[in-house]
Every structure is written in C-alpha cells, then in structure tokens.
Design a protein around this ligand. Structure first.
Ligand code: ADP
Ligand code: MG
Length: 270
C-alpha cells in the first residue's frame, strides 16, 4: 500500500429491503487525488458516500481511513477524524454574511457552540477570510449570503467544507444546478486546492465533460457494482462502459464528446 493512501474501501454492501443498493464495492483513494464516482441515477453512489461518512451503517465491508477501520463509526466521529463533506448552505443562514457562514463552520470545527455566536462574532474571522481567499470569495466576505449568485453559493459550500480541515472530502453532486462553465471552474478550484493541501476528494458529477477534464481516476458504478475503474483515458476506451451507457443520455453523450477532444489529464497510455 502506498504511504499516501488515505482511504481503502473493500466489499462494501448495503441493501434497502429487496434492493441491493451497493453490492461489493472496493477502491482506494490517495491524498491529493480527485476520484470520480459515476453511474446512472440509482446506481448506489450516494449510498456509498453515506456509508463512508457514517450516515449509514454498511451491511458488510471495510472502510479504512488514515489507517483505521471506521466502518460502523458514528458520523460525527468520522468527521472529527478528517472526513469532510459539502453541505448545501442552509436557507436559515442566508441572512448572515458570507464570512459569518464560514465562521459558523469554524466554530463547529473548533468545538464551540453556535449559541455563543452573539458574543463570538469576531471569532475566527481571520481564518474565515483566509478560507474565502482560497476559493476566490474574499471580496464578497461582508455581503449577505442571500446576495450571492448560485455559483458563488456552491463555492461557499466548498469553503465551509474546508473549514473542518478535512483530509478526505466527499462531494456528492457538488455542482448540481450549476451552468457548465461554473461546473468546470468549481472542479478546477477543488482540484487545485486538493493537490495543494493534499486532500483526497471523492466526487459525483453528472457532466461527463467535467468528470473527464478534472478527475485523476474514475470509478463506474452500475446497479451497486463497479464495472470499470481507471484513468479518464482508460474509461473512455472501455468497451463495457460504452456498452452499458450507450444511449443513456448524458453519460453516453459525454463519453463521445470527451473522446472527441483531448482532456489534459487523459493523454498518457493510449
Ligand atoms: P445514486 O446516488 O447513484 O443515484 P442511491 O445510492 O441514492 O443512488 O440509490 C441506490 C438505490 O438504493 C436506489 O435503488 C435507491 O432507490 C435505493 N435507496 C437509496 N437510499 C434508500 C433509502 N434510504 N431507503 C430505501 N431505498 C434507498
Ligand atoms: Mg445520489
């Protein structure tokens, strides 16, 4: 096992009633790596995420993070160990400023309580501003969150996730609802920050253009099973992936489109 390996998942399984949502999934993820988990709706992507972050207990399988077996741990304990995830900015926080939203996340990270907020408005402001700077939102810090454009709200969600200093960041459809250009910008930013800070990122994304352009490696899930696993170049050339997705709308189109132009990360072994 390479020393940089952060996450190792083996034989992960989860059924809901008669539905085997996740049926023996295994993979590894290294620090600083962007790993995409793709597959059609209902393939089991979110269920995988929820088992890794402790929202759901697996029926079987192993999740090793930073050298520890964490399957079955409580979500909060997994989060404390360094597994972060993006959350949608809650509507209730929309009246607060951009920087206050990050300060709230920092209060939680530093184990202080929201109810002291009134007295703590200055707490962690510098650290919050540093995080906003890292995602390009420094200039918007003192504006109410409600004035942000949708793409900036999604970027703020990334800053909030980074506030807990995760070693592994789980992003389930982080760009949902964004325009194509914004999707690319957010995943570019995520990739830059992940590499710079050595954060491993597992993400789902519906746009195959975005996946092929930004993922270091891709896992393809269908009906709870991994049917392919490789670099963008390998996945693009994979006949089984083409067969399974041919005609299934965006995924098949994305494979064709991405195959027509060379995404930078995809040049190596062809
Ligand atoms: P994806 O994120 O890839 O769209 P999900 O992991 O959400 O897929 O769902 C995988 C399968 O498990 C689907 O058939 C879905 O209907 C089912 N499922 C997911 N969560 C639940 C749940 N809490 N209760 C019952 N069935 C669920
Ligand atoms: Mg999902």
């Amino acid at each position: 096992m390479p020393m940089s390996e952060l996450l190792q998942v083996q034989g992960l399984r989860k059924a809901f009633g008669g539905v085997q949502a996740v049926d023996g999934v295994g993979f590894a993820l290294a620090a600083g790596e962007l790993l995409a988990l793709i597959g059609p709706n209902g393939a089991g992507k979110s269920t995988c995420f929820n088992m890794i972050n402790g929202q759901l207990a697996p029926d079987a399988g192993s999740v090793r993070f930073a050298g520890r077996e964490i399957s079955g741990w409580r979500a909060r304990d997994i989060w404390r160990l360094g597994v972060g995830r993006t959350f949608q900015v809650a509507a209730t926080w929309a009246s607060m400023t951009v920087v206050e939203n990050v300060q709230i996340a920092l209060l939680s990270h530093h184990r202080q309580l929201y109810r002291f907020w009134a007295r703590a408005a200055k707490l962690h402001r510098d650290e919050a501003l540093e995080l906003l700077g890292a995602v390009g939102l420094r200039a918007r810090a003192d504006e109410p969150c409600s004035t942000l454009a949708y793409g900036d709200v999604k970027t703020l969600e990334l800053a909030i996730a980074l506030a807990s200093r995760p070693k592994l960041l789980l992003m389930d459809e982080p760009t949902a609802g964004m325009a194509p250009g914004e999707r690319n910008a957010l995943m570019q930013l995520t990739g830059d920050l992940a590499r710079k800070r050595g954060i491993g990122v597992l993400f789902t994304e519906h746009s195959m253009d975005v996946v092929f352009a930004h993922a270091d490696r891709i896992l393809v899930l269908a009906r709870g099973r991994l049917i392919a696993h490789g670099t963008p170049a390998e996945i693009r050339a994979n006949e089984q992936v083409r067969e399974v997705y041919f005609g299934s709308g965006r995924i098949a189109q994305g494979l064709r489109r991405a195959g027509e132009r060379d995404a930078p990360a995809a040049v190596p072994s062809r």
